[in-house]
Design a binder for this molecule. Structure first.
Ligand code: GLA
Length: 772
């Protein structure tokens, strides 16, 4: 394969559909030439920026050459002090001087993964190019790494600064990558949010100036995910150019995109260097986290596919890599802390198993004196008042029922009201002579202290081993306050060490990471936890935005999504059970509600949902996921795997709705398919007094009679069956009409606010008349 080509002074890195090119110029600087579609190495001159003019007051690098200024030169890694006034990618201080001038020294190509010291990274690359640069004055070496993942069209980048001199330097900034993109008419798409409304798409047209994305809350954060996309104006889901960026890191981060006066966008990303002053003594080095980039000219769906494949193949590890994730029941939205005796828990488990659920997760409240979020964090002893038999008895009971057993923990935090704090107050992060600042009544543990790391590793490992725990939900529920940038980085390295010791050593454990929902949804955590709880908000309408936002950068196999009780705890909105399933099915499905409160009809619907999910689970979790942007009134998702599943989600009903269509992607134009709607039952209560139009006797719609009937009987949604070629499905299959109040028959679809319709599409062997 042609991953890396080097000719004269030009370096070309190829993936299946992309090329990345730079060259060493006559001064030894790395001149960026191209990141986009496939090109030839001999195109370097044609594609490069032409330097035949001096720009006014610019500072010349060489006084004999008035055409060369680093300010207008697209570069691989811009520095300060040699005429480049764009944002520098590295800042080093030595006795008040910030100047550095890194020039080419040598290069190496390796065909094995090269681990980053103390940080997780992707694995299984095809090749890595390492460019060694040296500062012209100080004995500082800068190594730029470019790892290529050919099939997934992804390139990862990172930098290492080595101090080979006898002096000490202060490092203020070292980005993982910098890219001077020579393009115009660009739009930035980032994932913006908050607790309960994570990862909403935020679009900004890139004009002159600097746009930043970042977190200073100590973690990758719900405020701004580290991943983002830059697209050309006009790029849509299935056409146009786009570049994607992400970081394999879970702490404070910073990315900036600045458009300069020459129309070049400098894009750079890495850890946040706010309040960061790292002393780099003789012989020491600093390694950045890894950043990943992808490019496509085939639209945003294709960009997402590159990232999905990259994550499933080169980030996620453990026995759960490529493995179907179990359907779970979680106790949190069912009971919170309030399960006085284990009867409730066991009842939940018994109900769950009857519905086909495969994993029982005991959430918060099982340890110490944890009856509220005010106490108990830091302790690992089971609360025997709540679970008299202890965890191991519960675990074996759950196992006997045929389910896996999972437990919630929050090891990074401590309550002052805990046995641990009484014994080791120094385990908590606090500032001397200052007040303690609490978040959800807790303090964070000092993960830079090796004793704290040992304490967590020992206790969580024992918890898993002694109780045969199959799944861990690892939560972290507060922001990190009043620490330096360096401390934050050391904390995150401490966290990774802990996760390494617990989970890399126990690859069979399914680890789901959580941080008040999606406050830490990032590639660093995904190196340990194959799935992440996306949001505490389980209202499916909110989840549509959250999960759609995530889908741009992360595959469905990584997204925890649960069906909860309606009206929803976080919005008070009521939604149909069918939509709750239809949204959660595009992820790792779970249920999070008190199953004993369900009517027999709801139970039988949930049982059918779980059967449906298991039948198509491979497709839902690992299929090709498409966002459909042809449907203005709907959100529509398609997933194409062993089966094809297409779902339309409605927000609000309109009177006299337009006829609507299915626009199915990725099929064979010449094959014939059958399209079948997934059956489900409408709750008769949603029709209110209209029930009297069909009832033989007049009934009170809010009365007990209708209430009781609705628990056992519903109205079948109209079954729809169509047949069409792949070509017709691409153009848009016209669906049966929606209800308009002038009558009802078997063909009419009933629209509901927040309703949805799921279709299963199968190839049909037309000649034999048999469906495949
Ligand atoms: C956080 C999590 C929830 C739940 C609670 C338990 O808020 O995001 O899913 O586990 O903690 O306290």
């Amino acid at each position: 394969m042609d991953h890396m080509q080097i000719k004269d002074n030009v370096f070309l890195i190829n993936t299946e559909n992309t090329s990345y090119m730079f060259r060493v110029d006559k001064y030894g600087h790395l001149e960026h030439i191209h990141y986009g579609g496939r090109v030839l190495i001999d195109d370097a001159e044609a594609l490069s920026y032409k330097k035949y003019i001096q720009h006014g007051a610019t500072v010349l690098y060489d006084k004999e050459n008035d055409h060369y200024s680093t300010d207008s030169l697209p570069q691989e890694f811009g520095t300060y002090g040699v005429g480049d006034f764009n944002e520098a990618s590295i800042e080093i201080e030595n006795k008040d001087s910030y100047t550095c001038d890194f020039v080419f020294d040598s290069y190496e190509i390796k065909d094995t993964d090269i681990k980053i010291k103390d940080l997780p990274s992707s694995y299984g690359c095809d090749e890595t190019l390492i460019i060694h640069l040296k500062d012209k004055v100080n004995m500082l070496c800068l190594d730029l790494y470019y790892a290529v993942y050919y099939k997934t069209n992804t390139i990862s980048r990172r930098a290492v600064l080595r101090n080979t001199s006898k002096l000490s330097f202060t490092l203020h900034k070292l980005m993982s990558y910098s890219l001077d993109l020579f393009e115009d008419n660009l739009v930035l798409m980032d994932l913006f949010g908050a607790w309960d409304k994570e990862t909403h798409i935020n679009e900004r047209e890139l004009n002159r100036g600097t746009y930043t994305i970042g977190s200073r809350v100590g973690f990758s954060s719900a405020k701004n995910n580290p991943g983002f996309i830059i697209r050309k104006k006009g790029t849509r889901e299935d056409s146009g150019k786009a570049w994607g960026f992400n970081l394999v890191y879970s702490g404070n981060h910073y990315s900036s995109i600045s458009k300069n006066e020459y129309g070049i966008h400098r894009i750079q990303g890495g850890i946040s260097f706010e309040r960061f002053h790292k002393k780099l003594n003789k012989g020491e080095s600093f390694e950045t986290p890894e950043a990943v980039m992808t490019y496509t000219d085939r639209g945003l769906n294709c960009l997402s596919h590159n990232f999905h494949d990259f994550i499933n193949n080169h980030i996620v590890r453990s026995d759960w890599k490529h493995k179907e994730r179990p359907v779970l029941i979680n106790s949190w939205e069912a009971f919170g802390f309030d399960f006085k005796k284990d009867d409730l828990i066991k009842k939940l488990a018994k109900n769950a198993v009857k519905l086909g659920i495969e994993l029982f997760v005991l959430d918060d409240g099982w340890f110490g004196r944890r009856d509220s979020d005010k106490r108990g964090l830091g302790d690992y002893d089971c609360n025997l008042k709540k679970l008299p038999g202890g965890l191991s008895a519960l675990s074996s009971e759950i196992h006997k029922m045929g389910m896996l057993f999972g437990v919630w923990v929050e090891p990074e935090a401590i309550n002052v009201d805990s046995k641990l704090y009484k014994k080791h107050p120094e385990y908590a992060i606090s500032e001397e002579n200052r007040d303690m600042y609490f978040g959800r009544n807790e303090l964070l543990m000092d993960l830079t202290n090796p004793d704290v790391r040992d304490y967590i590793v020992e206790n969580v490992s024992k918890l898993i081993d002694d109780n045969k725990v199959d799944y861990i939900k690892w939560d972290m529920n507060r922001m990190m306050n009043a620490v330096s940038g360096e401390y934050n980085h050391e904390y995150i390295k401490g966290l990774y060490e802990i996760l390494d010791r617990i989970f890399i050593a126990r690859p069979w454990v399914l680890f789901e990471s959580c941080s008040s929902g999606g406050n830490r949804f990032d590639l660093g955590m995904l190196c340990y936890s194959p799935q992440i709880w996306a949001s505490d908000d389980t209202d499916p309408i909110e989840r549509l935005d959250i999960q759609k936002g995530l889908s741009y950068l992360y595959p469905m196999s990584t997204i925890g999504a649960h069906v909860s009780a309606s009206p929803h705890m976080h919005t008070l909105r009521s939604t149909p059970l069918e939509t709750r399933y239809n949204v959660s099915a595009y992820g790792c499905l779970g249920y999070e509600l008190d199953l004993s409160m369900l009517s027999p009809l709801e139970k039988s619907e949930i049982k059918k949902q779980i059967e449906h999910y298991k039948k198509h689970r491979k497709t839902f979790q690992y299929g090709r996921f498409y966002r459909i942007d042809d449907e203005p009134d709907y959100e529509a998702f398609e997933v194409l795997g062993p089966d094809i599943i297409y779902t339309k989600f409605r927000r609000l009903v309109h009177a006299v709705p337009f006829y609507d269509k299915l626009y199915v992607r990725g099929l064979d134009d010449n094959k014939i398919y059958t399209i079948k709607s997934k059956s489900f039952i409408h709750n008769i209560r949603q029709f209110g007094h209209l029930i009297n139009l069909v009832s033989p006797v007049k009934v009170n719609a809010d009365g007990m009679l209708v209430g009781n009937i609705s628990k056992i009987r519903g109205m079948d949604a109209s079954a729809q069956l169509y047949q069409a070629s792949g070509a017709a499905l691409k153009e848009g299959l016209c669906l049966n009409p929606l209800f308009v109040s002038s009558g009802y028959n078997n063909y009419i679809r009933i629209p509901l606010d927040f309703g949805s319709d799921m279709y299963v599409i199968k190839e049909k062997e037309y000649e034999s008349g048999k469906e495949k």
